[in-house]
Design a protein around this ligand. Structure first.
Ligand SMILES: [Zn+2]
Length: 169
């Protein structure tokens, strides 16, 4: 496995739309392994999307289990994800490996039902809410070339400068 280089804003490639995955094979599994290593060994992060490492396919990884007080599904690999149902709105703070110097307040669906393939090609459906639902929506935006910066609730006071986006201890 390998840690991949993460594209950083304002890299134009982050604006590119990603294509559906057509083939579930060992190359996909290897890539998911590399993507996961990149997420886990870099600055603390609860999700990553393939286009952030320059691979424009509809693959995201989310794992919010580091916050055990939050309802979650553990490690999630979602391929060609689609939001099938959604409900409610909630504003919360988001950060991004590709926008290391800022965090921002963004409004998201509070509860979602997501349909996706897992890495073995099996269809899955997940009902989720709160922080995990937020993380999935954030990562799905990357697949369409969108960043949290595009969704700030306010340009004037919705953006916050990070002091240090530190390494893991
Ligand atoms: Zn992001």
């Amino acid at each position: 496995m390998a840690v991949l280089k993460v594209l950083v804003y304002p890299d134009e490639r982050l604006r590119q739309k990603s294509q559906p995955v057509m083939k579930f094979d060992e190359f996909l599994l290897n890539f998911v392994g590399d993507l996961e290593e990149t997420m886990r060994l870099g600055p603390p992060s609860v999700g990553i999307a393939a286009p952030q490492v320059g691979r424009f396919e509809r693959i995201i990884l989310v794992d919010v289990s580091c916050k055990p007080e939050i309802k979650n599904h553990g490690r999630l690999v979602m391929i060609n994800p689609e939001i099938a149902d959604k409900e409610g709105n909630v504003v919360g703070r988001e950060g991004c490996l590709s926008v290391p110097d800022y965090t921002g307040n963004v409004s998201r669906w509070e509860r979602i039902q997501v349909r996706a393939f897992d890495e073995s090609g099996a269809r899955q459906t997940y009902d989720m809410e709160g922080f995990e639902a937020r993380a999935v929506q954030h990562e799905m935006d990357h697949l369409n070339g969108l960043l949290f910066l595009d969704r700030l609730v306010s340009r004037r006071d919705g953006l916050f400068r990070r002091k240090v986006y530190g390494k893991r201890p």
